[in-house]
Design a protein around this ligand. Structure first.
Ligand SMILES: NC(=O)c1ccc[n+]([C@@H]2O[C@H](COP(=O)([O-])OP(=O)(O)OC[C@H]3O[C@@H](n4cnc5c(N)ncnc54)[C@H](O)[C@@H]3O)[C@@H](O)[C@H]2O)c1
Length: 360
């Protein structure tokens, strides 16, 4: 998440609380936070701490209802558990959301006061929850949160570029698997031209891919298109464009059981968390012969970079770990094909094995 986009309008997404609500008790702990002095309302969801402290970004955006915010926090926290387990990282899964009152992000003293209040709630978890950046928050915000004594990650480096490198390794693996080719001449549609989407588009363009880009911020999409010689497509039609690869890099749950039949891409590989609204969506896409790279495997580059900082890896060790995402995707796609199940199911099974092993 770039600082520049912290103040941008956030689009409505596809959250439908009645359909998507997880069991409230799926998470280890869900904390609703209300600071009366600043009006801050936030949710911290700690999904699973079997592998380590719950780490996951803080998303700051408007929600249609408080319930939608709780559901989003729980779903994204569960995805973090899977992400860390698949990437073999010593963290649990967690996530937090701060409920914005309107589309314009708080700035200046008001923003700082809200973040300090949030930092107090983070500190109260006594290390069980470690925030990081996500849509609507920045490394500067993490440093403010830490002033209340809790720990935060991503307080110096924005993980976005590292996430993009990992997603690109995952995309190449998806294309190898489904199309048996490299990226030269492959048509790619990137939905969301923010921090990750723009870097991803640049990587693909540099390897000869033919790019189309989409963003609800039309000027941002156009600027990237001009830079890359790409075309611009409607942000809401992006998932259904006639293309080889669709890369969701914006909001969650853009692919659903209802709209899966409209997807024309042969490969789906992107950064957005929680891209599929349900297992049924994944099954429908598999039945249609579409290779969907699990988002929580593809977008682990950012958390890998965070871990590299914690344990002191040098740049080449980090670069190798980011490239390994591609190898992991190769293995997951091959196994899924052999078993006749979705790649997401295969990756979930891999995560479950690691979690079970950690418990023994
Ligand atoms: N930044 C990371 O390290 C990281 C790590 C893992 C996952 N992700 C996920 O990747 C996605 C992108 O992250 P980012 O850091 O690039 O965020 P960002 O805020 O920098 O960019 C998101 C972009 O998407 C656009 N957008 C919003 N709604 C849209 C819509 N409906 N259609 C098209 N465009 C839309 C925004 O205008 C913005 O340009 C998010 O879902 C995020 O959770 C990011």
């Amino acid at each position: 998440m770039s600082t520049a986009s912290a103040g941008s309008t956030v689009a409505p997404d596809f959250l439908a609380p009645d359909v998507l609500a997880p069991d409230f008790f799926d998470s280890e702990q869900v904390i609703t936070c209300h600071d009366r002095a600043t009006g801050l309302r936030a949710v911290i969801a700690i999904d699973n701490t079997r592998l380590g402290p719950g780490f996951g970004g803080t998303r700051w955006r408007p929600y249609a209802t408080p319930e939608a915010a709780v559901i989003e926090a729980q779903r994204l926290a569960a995805a973090m558990t899977l992400k860390h387990a698949c990437a073999d990282l010593p963290y649990g899964g967690a996530k937090s959301v701060i409920l914005a009152d309107g589309p314009a992000a708080l700035q200046g003293d008001e923003r700082r006061a809200a973040l300090l209040a949030f930092g107090e709630f983070v500190a109260r978890t006594n290390g069980a929850y470690i925030p990081g950046v996500d849509m609507g928050t920045t490394p500067t915000d993490m440093r403010v949160i830490e002033e209340r004594g809790g720990r935060a990650f991503c307080d110096e480096v924005d993980p976005g570029p590292y996430t993009a490198r990992g997603v690109y390794a995952a995309m190449r693996a998806g294309v190898r698997h489904a199309l048996q080719r490299d990226m030269d001449g492959v048509r790619v549609v990137v939905q969301g031209t923010g921090q990750v989407g723009a870097s991803l588009a640049r990587f693909a363009a540099a390897d000869g891919a033919i790019l189309s880009v989409a963003d609800i911020d039309g000027a941002r999409a156009q600027a990237l298109a001009d830079e890359l010689g790409a075309s611009v497509v409607d942000p809401h039609e992006a998932p259904f464009t006639d293309t080889d690869v669709f890369a969701p890099c914006a909001v969650a749950r853009v692919l659903t059981a209802d709209n899966a039949s409209r997807v024309r891409a042969q490969v789906v590989a992107g950064a957005a968390n929680d891209t599929l609204d349900s297992a049924e969506a994944g099954e429908a896409l598999r039945a249609a012969g579409i290779t969907v790279v699990p988002d929580f495997v593809a977008n682990a580059g950012g958390v890998i970079q965070v871990h590299a900082g914690v344990v002191g890896w040098d740049e080449s060790t980090l670069a190798e770990a980011l490239e390994q995402i591609g190898g992991r995707v190769d293995g997951i796609l091959a196994e899924a094909q052999e078993r006749g199940v979705t790649p997401e199911q295969t990756a979930r099974d891999l995560a479950a094995q690691r979690l079970t092993k950690a418990a023994n």
